[in-house]
Design a protein around this ligand. Structure first.
Ligand code: DGY
Length: 325
């Protein structure tokens, strides 16, 4: 008889489940590629049936879920870096550990950030569309011109692992300056020649490219809004691979339409998924991808394995590598 029971809220890559099974765990899955509705999660987690919950960033893990699970539940392991979907206070009150999967998606998300940045600044969406719609003119000297990263000022909002990974990849392009804003100044910023800006406002007026790589917290929610957008250059490009909630999307839409800023590349939006009728979708200077920053097999296999390893560490009374709280 396996010693531990784990509820997994989605079909996930094999390494995690294989590791859990090897470590005396019996697994129950929400056997779907679609997110489990909250009511089903509350219902399925059952009282005192499960020792661990392996969840996704789409699951609202609140007190209702924890109370339904009962005191048997030791750990909630999210297969994501972000953990804003988990009520940390409720976990603390119930002595439930929370873990995430840091490190293993740093490269994939950083690569995606740089891809979006180049895609937007070189106006590739408009170029591709013109070919697709048979509107491609003969070569023209001033048509669909964008801006280079070379000699630009890059601003990174949130210099954690991913922000650093973005800076490391952009440095070889030869920017004039690299700036960052975060809650604290970090010593590793010097490796990417990044200067600290104590306030976001101080950074915004200077940048040609703003890469948003921060977490969503009450402090960062809607930090990019009509006021802060108005401080930016009208050619500036924003790339968001952090969380959609950092940007007020109505304000961004107005700014893109009025050319208050030059363009935006969004891998994360508010809400997700974004309706195809959302006004941002049709804008030529806005590129939207469906939260696919970590969509590489390397990352997803490692995220699955890391979440499983965190669970087993908690069972073994060891400190899990992705301990959040
Ligand atoms: C995360 O891990 O939080 C990412 O957003 C998933 O792509």
């Amino acid at each position: 008889m396996p010693k531990y029971k784990v509820y997994v809220t989605r079909r996930i890559p094999k390494p995690g489940p294989a590791f859990l099974k090897k470590n005396d765990c019996e697994l129950t899955f929400w056997d779907s590629d679609d997110a489990i509705p909250h009511a089903d999660l509350v219902n399925n987690i059952g009282e005192n049936k499960y020792d661990a919950l392996l969840c996704m960033l789409t699951d609202q893990v609140d007190a209702a879920v924890m109370d339904a699970a009962g005191p048997q539940l030791q750990v909630i392991a999210s297969m994501s870096v972000g953990y804003e979907h988990i009520d940390l206070d409720a976990c603390k009150e119930r002595n439930i550990k929370v873990t995430n999967t840091p490190n293993v998606s740093t490269d994939s998300v950083a690569e995606c950030t740089v891809s979006l940045l180049l895609f937007v600044t070189r106006r590739l969406k408009e170029g591709i569309q013109s070919v697709r719609e048979g509107r491609q003119p003969e070569w023209r000297p001033t048509w669909l011109c964008g801006y280079e990263v070379t000699n630009s000022v890059i601003g990174i909002f949130g210099l954690g692992r991913i922000g650093y990974g973005v800076g490391k990849r952009l440095l070889p392009f030869g920017p004039k300056k690299m700036l960052y804003h975060d809650v604290v100044q970090v010593s590793f910023a010097k490796d990417i020649e990044a200067e600290y800006c104590e306030t976001l406002d101080e950074m915004l007026g200077q940048v040609d490219f703003l890469c948003i790589c921060c977490n969503l917290t009450p402090q960062t929610r809607h930090k990019i809004n009509s006021k802060t957008l108005a401080r930016m250059k009208n050619t500036a490009v924003i790339v968001n691979t952090g969380r959609g909630g950092v940007i007020n999307h109505d304000d961004l839409c107005v700014a893109l339409k009025n050319n208050t800023i030059g363009g935006a590349g969004l891998d994360v939006t508010e809400p997700e998924p974004l309706s195809k009728d959302h006004p941002l979708v049709g804008l030529p200077n806005c590129v939207i991808t469906p939260h696919m920053g970590s969509n590489t097999w390397d990352s997803r296999d490692s995220m699955s394995l890391t979440a499983a390893q965190c669970i087993v560490s908690v069972f073994n009374k060891e400190k899990p590598m992705g301990l959040v709280a």
